[in-house]
Ligand binder design. Structure first.
Ligand SMILES: Nc1ncnc2c1ncn2[C@@H]1O[C@H](COP(=O)(O)OP(=O)(O)OP(=O)(O)O)[C@@H](O)[C@H]1O
Ligand SMILES: Cc1cn([C@H]2C[C@H](O)[C@@H](COP(=O)(O)O)O2)c(=O)[nH]c1=O
Length: 210
């Protein structure tokens, strides 16, 4: 039986990585076979593309180049890691996926959500996540959280203006309405434990429905 493909989305510092780490341990403890991964990245080629996209020195990068690089990294990640995991029945937890491109490049960068959706449909074919948990947070709070986190390197996208990050959030909120059958919104301003508990409820409900 094919596995489950779940993605986790939200602005910088919303708590995705923190919750995915805890959720992976929780699901493994329950006996599930889990692969947790991230975008851009997750496999060697895509991590190399990530380093190019997020290099703070690449200030000249064109918006469409950026969108295409994210889509290329996604394609390789899907083919090399996500599809094989799903075909062997695993649960895939992915830190960001297509909705990041729609919110950041399509909406905030102004390339157009439908235009970015179309290049990503070429990249991912039928492989949309069956569930996307969107961690909704005021970007100002998220940026303050990552500034406090000394181990987190500041990348080229983090360095965008607050108004860019506010547009990212607006983009996500529109996506959550448009794809309401897939995207579930969580209030990520709550404590880590509360956000984790809400995520577990949503994910377990989805798993048990099959
Ligand atoms: N609910 C929360 N309340 C307060 N602090 C939090 C919460 N969730 C995460 N944090 C802290 O905020 C920082 C960012 O968290 P995390 O790396 O999980 O976010 P993220 O969504 O993965 O960020 P990014 O996408 O920018 O990498 C970490 O220092 C983490 O401990
Ligand atoms: C997948 C994807 C990501 N982004 C942006 C979002 C973040 O600013 C960085 C990734 O950094 P993180 O610490 O791993 O969250 O890249 C994007 O703009 N478009 C995308 O498709």
């Amino acid at each position: 039986m094919p596995g489950h493909f779940f993605s986790f989305e939200g602005p910088e510092g919303a708590g995705k990585t923190t919750v995915i780490t805890k959720l992976t341990a929780f699901l493994k403890e329950k006996g599930f076979d889990v692969v947790s991964t991230r975008e851009p990245g997750g496999i060697e080629i895509a991590e190399e593309i990530r380093a190019i996209i997020l290099n703070p020195l690449h200030t000249k990068m064109d918006g469409r180049t950026e969108a295409l690089l994210y889509a290329a990294a996604r394609r390789q990640h899907l083919v090399e890691k996500i599809i094989p995991a799903l075909e062997s029945g695993k649960i895939v937890l992915c830190d960001r996926f297509i909705d990041s491109s729609l919110a950041y490049q399509g909406f905030a960068r102004g390339l157009g959500v439908d235009e970015v959706l179309s290049i990503n449909q070429f990249a991912i074919d039928k492989y949309f996540p069956s569930l996307t948990v969107y961690f909704d947070l005021d970007p100002q709070i998220g940026l303050e959280r990552i500034e406090k986190n000394q181990s987190r390197e500041i990348n080229r996208l983090d360095m965008e203006s607050l108004s860019f990050h506010n547009k990212v959030r607006q983009g996500y909120l529109q996506l959550a309405e448009r794809f309401s059958d897939r995207i579930v919104t969580i209030d990520a301003s709550k404590s880590i434990d509360e956000v984790f508990d809400m995520t577990v409820t949503i994910v377990m409900e989805k798993i048990s429905r099959r």
